[in-house]
Design a protein around this ligand. Structure first.
Ligand code: SAM
Length: 276
């Protein structure tokens, strides 16, 4: 087990903690920049390589931003310790180093999370998995679009549930590479295609079902697109309470109906809906 963890190419994580709201723009090498997380007026930038001079340079050009701290986490620390198999709905999600013991089955998903989002432990991911099962209970979609796939978990789940054509996309190269690796680990390359790019570019792709666990700024653009209205079913997640209320009010003005809502800890909301 230790050998497999240390063989992970995305072992280390470098985190830069800033005061203020940060917009990365094109200042960072996308191979090493994973993303930005904002909370309470602070921003956290995540890299897979140390990038202090670059971050300092970018911050020096931006007003009202101060680099407060930076630290390094190992893979184990980032994932919260030992990553073990977990049961979510009908699925068992297992890191590769446990998969041999579990054996292969239609309900097992082998997932090496690397350092990108989507181990399955986050409430939004769990709700999306439940929403996928609900969406498929009405019939297997011919195609599924996963926008902001992270590790590829939701795309893999859609394929495991029987969808013959799944397109998994993510803005960051690292996420797309991680998802691709997971598709191969599950031997689902015939069903799941991975692409890198902005969700806005992919929303127009023809598909019966779209699933997107993504941040609000992107979500509000997606649901205003013509591509969104062409989907028969949708799962939208990653929305905090006030954001979910705004998305719901936009959806109310569209020819769609919300079938079910999930709300975890009073914070995270997920919607499952259908074309109305
Ligand atoms: C909250 S994670 C969701 C991961 C996974 N789908 C899940 O449910 O666990 C959001 C993902 O969206 C990606 N993302 C952020 N902005 C994006 C954009 N504009 N277009 C496509 N993907 C984007 C991030 O890189 C990240 O992997």
């Amino acid at each position: 087990m230790t050998m497999l963890i240390s063989a992970n190419p995305y072992q280390d994580l470098y985190i830069y903690y800033l005061s203020g709201r940060f917009r990365p723009g094109s200042a960072f090498d996308p191979d090493h920049y994973i993303g930005c997380w904002e909370e309470g007026g602070f921003s956290f930038l995540f890299f897979t390589r140390p990038n202090l001079p670059l971050v300092e340079k970018a911050v020096a050009h931006l007003q009202d931003l101060v680099l407060l701290d930076h630290y390094h986490m190992t893979y184990d620390q980032w994932q919260g310790g030992d990553v073990t198999p977990q049961r979510i709905g009908r699925f068992t999600i297992s890191p590769p180093w446990y998969a041999t013991a579990l054996g292969r089955s239609d309900t097992t998903i082998i997932l090496d999370p690397g350092v990108v989002f989507g181990t399955g432990t986050h409430p939004t991911t769990r709700d999306c998995l439940e929403a996928l099962e609900l969406a498929f209970s009405g019939g297997i979609p011919e195609s599924t679009l996963d926008l902001g796939t992270g590790t590829g978990l939701l795309a893999l789940a859609a394929a495991r549930l029987g969808c013959p054509r799944v397109l998994a996309t993510d803005l960051t190269l690292l996420a797309a590479q991680t998802a691709q690796r997971n598709v191969r680990l599950n031997r689902l390359s015939r069903q799941v295609l991975v692409a890198q790019g902005d969700a806005e570019k992919f929303i127009d792709f023809t598909s019966d079902l779209v699933v997107s666990n993504i941040h609000y700024d992107i979500m509000k653009k997606l649901i205003r697109s013509t591509g969104f209205l062409q989907k028969r079913r949708f799962i939208l997640s990653g929305l905090m309470r006030s954001q979910a209320a705004r998305i719901e009010s936009t959806l109310a003005g569209l020819p769609v109906k919300i079938i079910k809502r999930w709300n975890q800890n009073g914070i995270w909301t997920t919607f499952y809906g259908e074309a109305g």
